[in-house]
Design a binder for this molecule. Structure first.
Ligand code: ATP
Length: 190
């Protein structure tokens, strides 16, 4: 399964419920897993001095008065992303079912994932949420404001999903149940 959406859209929350619902031991991993491995000097979160090579935050012009915060990456960051994507594929190749919990940063990341995942034909799930609710969650989490809004505008570019969920309303249990149903229907058809 491949869950993609903005920061704070609720991907990880849904992913955890999916793990509980599934009869198989799905591993849950994604961009957060990759970021957790990045040395602080190459990471933007704490203002790493080499973050332009790795991963950096970039404040963009406000969107209708709302902050917009992008994540950019350099050559080292791309190497890390590309390596992480391939590591996930090896996990799958070893026979493990996987839930990828992803916030696509750009077209390059999307195309790399789609190329690698093509043989596995994952259920592609778009996780959406309205801006105001994203901003509320971001605030409650104490995250820097603007990443959710920026990613909501970029993460879904060029993707066609098998299923979309809107987490503005409803809880992760409900959304995960819909995804499990879609997965079961798909497996029954194949
Ligand atoms: N359906 C929901 N309704 C209300 N709050 C939710 C819902 N889903 C998630 N949340 C809350 O929103 C916040 C972000 O959730 P979560 O970590 O699942 O999102 P995410 O998309 O994985 O975010 P990120 O990509 O930033 O890690 C958490 O505080 C979580 O409790």
């Amino acid at each position: 399964m491949f869950l993609n959406g903005a920061s704070s859209a609720g991907k990880t929350s849904i992913g955890r419920v999916l793990q509980d619902l599934a009869g198989e031991p799905y591993l849950l991993l994604g961009l957060d897993t990759c970021f957790a491995m990045v040395p602080p000097a190459w990471g933007g979160g704490r203002g790493g001095p080499l973050s332009q090579e790795g991963f950096a935050y970039q404040e963009l012009r406000a969107d209708g008065g709302h902050p917009m915060l992008a994540i950019t990456y350099g050559a080292v960051g791309w190497r890390m992303l590309a390596g992480f994507h391939r590591a996930v594929i090896e996990i799958v190749r070893a026979g493990n079912p996987v839930i990828v919990d992803e916030m696509l940063l750009d077209d390059r990341a999307r195309d790399d994932w789609l190329d690698l995942l093509a043989p596995w034909q994952p259920l592609l799930v778009g996780v959406f949420c309205e801006d105001a609710e994203l901003a509320r969650r971001e605030h409650v989490r104490g995250n820097r404001p603007g990443l959710a809004r920026w990613s909501a505008r970029h993460a879904h570019a060029g993707l066609t999903y098998h299923l979309t969920v809107d987490t503005t309303y409803g809880d992760p249990d409900q959304h995960a149940a819909r995804i499990m149903t879609a997965l079961a229907q798909r497996e029954a058809r194949s």
